[in-house]
Design a protein around this ligand. Structure first.
Ligand code: GLV
Length: 324
């Protein structure tokens, strides 16, 4: 008999085909979010789960799923998984690093350019029929070329953002808990700076840290106050890394010039004050959303599940202690 697995949300056909070769698959292709009770009920007799970042895997759930051996998240971020609880319950947890770095970095650049050049604001104005004539001072934005880019979080995605900055002749600063290797700094043409110095010097501050208790509100009122009034904040990391209320205040009072946002605290129920601001570009958590990238993420998660339930070490194991 094949092991039973649950796929919590809609995935691609090739993901289901791969899983179907190895498992008896129950999948929620209706794509509605499962309530915690429904999730627990459907997972109770399963050996594995393919989850997404909106599925909460915690003690309360794991206590109800005695057969569970692996939870494979279709995301690089894993703040929705309680790794300690997974380890306690003997459940392997995995994520999908690497395959989304380039798409996420590309989208960061979409936000940088759209925000600096006021693209969505100008488009909304045009669509509203407001364009009556060309003017020299219409929708003046900020130069991206030659500006200083400050990257907070210099993992794979931060580095991919830095590499793209060379094409815009930018001066790149980065802040990371640990300095990256000198050869990587050279390759990324990036100079390490303490966070305060980066915030004070950068024209664009872009965030690429995971979300954890350590990075909760890493950017709050105090940090925003250190930024230049002309600076732009780009946030495609995880809701909670920025204090959204403090950001809204800073944008309202022009303490910083603008923000490009792909992630929000409490999403999808983000703070409605954002909608009243002209100096933000807003996106619904789509930085990795290209056909190829999302397909590769789902396939990688499925391969992790296949390995885990075959008794092998899955390639992207997050809690190796579980094997002890
Ligand atoms: C997307 O936000 C991810 O963590 O993969």
């Amino acid at each position: 008999m094949k092991p039973k697995v649950l796929v919590t949300r809609e995935v691609f056909d090739d993901t289901l085909e791969l899983l179907g070769r190895h498992f008896d698959v129950e999948s929620n292709q209706a794509d509605t979010s499962l309530s915690p009770d429904e999730f627990a009920r459907r997972l109770a007799d399963k050996a594995g789960a393919l989850t997404v970042l909106t599925d909460r895997v915690d003690e309360a759930l794991l206590g109800q799923c005695p057969r569970l051996k692996a939870v494979c998240n279709i995301a690089v971020g894993f703040n929705n998984l309680d790794l300690k609880a997974c380890t306690t319950h003997g459940v392997m947890a995995t994520n999908t690093p690497g395959v989304l770095d380039a798409a996420t970095a590309d989208f960061t650049w979409a936000l940088i350019l759209a925000t600096a050049r006021r693209l969505t604001e100008a488009e909304a104005w045009l669509r509203a029929g407001e364009w009556k004539g060309w003017k020299l001072k219409q929708f003046l934005g900020a130069d991206v070329h030659g500006a200083t880019l400050g990257i907070v979080g210099m993992g794979r995605i931060g580095q991919a953002v830095a590499r793209r900055a060379a094409g815009f002749d930018m001066n790149v600063l980065y802040y990371n808990r640990k300095r990256i290797a000198p050869e990587l700094e050279r390759e990324c043409r990036a100079t390490y700076a303490p966070l305060d110095e980066l915030l004070a010097r950068a024209d664009f501050v872009t965030l690429h840290t995971p979300y954890s208790p350590e990075t909760h509100h890493l950017i709050g009122a105090g940090e925003l106050a250190k930024m230049k009034p002309t600076a732009i904040l780009i946030h495609a990391a995880r809701g909670g890394v920025v204090d959204d209320i403090a950001l809204i205040e800073a944008l309202k009072h022009k303490k910083i010039a603008a923000a490009g946002m792909d992630v929000f605290e409490g999403e999808p129920k983000f703070n409605p004050e954002f909608l009243k601001l002209a100096n933000v570009v807003l996106a619904p958590h789509i930085a990795s959303a290209t056909v190829n990238t999302r397909r590769n993420m789902a396939l990688l998660a499925a391969r992790n599940l296949v390995a885990a339930l075959a008794g092998e070490r899955p390639p992207n194991l997050l809690n190796p202690d579980v094997l002890k």
